[in-house]
Design a protein around this ligand. Sequence first.
Ligand SMILES: [Fe+2]
Ligand SMILES: [Fe+2]
Length: 291
Amino acid sequence: MSDPNAPTKPLGPLVDLDEWETAFEPAGHSGEPASAKTTFRDYRKNVRPGVREFYRLNHTHQTLDFVLAKKREYLPRKKRVMTVWEAMEFLNTLIDDSDPDTDLSQIEHLMQTAEAIRRAGHPRWFIVTGLIHDLGKVLCLFGEPQWAVVGDTFPVGCRYSDKIVFAEFFEANPDSSVPAYQTACGIYSEACGLGNVHLSWGHDEYLYHVVKDRLPEEALAMIRYHSFYAAHREGEYTHLMTGRDKALLEWVRKFNSFDLYSKGEDRPDVAALTPYYKDLVTEFFPQPLAW
Ligand SMILES: [Fe+2]
Ligand SMILES: [Fe+2]
């Protein structure tokens, strides 16, 4: 029997779970928001083969059926009962091939994001959203491969936007040969609302369901759509959105400017910050949550 408390390595080609995010930053890990849109599209030049392979797997296997099966598996939330703080510690048992001297741990990334939001003077619900936004990555610890946990998310059951990174890999997705899934609206209807659209399965959608009764709607949009770059960065899929979705995406954009991966001096002092963040977590999540 394997030890259930032993550190787990995520299954997949990425060196670390955040490599898909940092790989496309024009200035590497600077943490600056991507300034030049044109640079963002030039990702193919320097991208590591592992990131490319990650997207090949993601785009090949994220079908509508796969997403529906994962929802049936995870949305009953019967895997574990954990407080938010326990989930943070659990997530940190994930070990990857990144360099611990230069790359941030999961808790460091969460605190760095939350600290940037706090420094900007935003309310406590916004700060706690920054602190928890990636906790859905515990999916890796439940045995999910990287391509079913991280990466840009996109709607399934309708046509793929060509603005999605490595969109050419969708050719290998079985849904590409289902005509009903390849019209602009696919199985959905115009302006049906993003809440009715199935996005590719990953940490965003999962965490949204875990915390959806505990945070304001703006916070829930940030959690649910922060990897939906085709929408919040590229302006795609507006035909499926309501006016409210469009307004909420502005909050997602605001959030994304704080979702940083900077190193060095900006590295948060986890021990010093822990008391503040334990209080904050208790304020919003006094009880353990079903995961
Ligand atoms: Fe994320
Ligand atoms: Fe993040």
